[in-house]
Every structure is written in C-alpha cells, then in structure tokens.
Design a protein. Sequence first.
Length: 132
Amino acid sequence: STQGVSSAASDVYKRQPSGEDFICGFLAGLWASNGSIHSKKTRVKYFCTPLLCAARDTCDISRALIRAASFGEVCQPLVTLARLIGSGATARKVEKAVIHATIIGDTSGPAAVSGLLSGLHFGCCWTKPPKV
C-alpha cells in the first residue's frame, strides 16, 4: 500500500544518512526499467506521493533531489550506468560506470547505485500496481 511505502521511506530517511540518495536511485531505476512510458509513469506515481510525503522530514536539498528524481532527473553517472545496464554493455563497462557513480560523496554514490539497481529490478518485475 502507499501507506506502507511512506512508512518504509520514513524509516530509510531516519536510519541512513544517505537514505534520500537510495530513494533517488530507486526512482531512477523505475524510470530506466523496461516498459512503455505509461507503465513507467504508473510505477513512479505509485511511489512518488508517499515518498514526497516522507521527504517532508528531510532538508530542502533532499526534497529537491527526490522531487527531481520523481521526474527522472538524476545525476549523469546514474543515467550512464542505467543506460549501460539497459543496453547490455560489457561487464567491464558497467563496472567502470559503477565505480564512477560510487565515488560521489562518502555514502551518496553507493546508496544511489544500490537504489538504482533495486529500482531496475523492481521495475522489471512489476506487472501492475498492488491492490490497496
């Protein structure tokens, strides 16, 4: 349910200094996963409302990052990584992109990459929104 997503997102923010980075990566993964633009918007919309509500407990910068990610706007290293994964690039190219993305900040890069991979996985497994 969206209430469960909001609760889980609040827990992520409270327990991890880079929780918003994970969420931004997750949203980027949903945008980058397979499907029509309509199905991508449905996936993202399902999560955005509760995530944006939970983001009220964060700072202005975190809220801005999450809002941008809800529209598919994230840092270039994440975009590059998602494109390489989606295009079936070689493991070496993907590895270089992971390294490039994880050097952002102390924990921000690794958290965003983890979120991206989770979002890609979830987006590829998504068939329809769960019943609320």
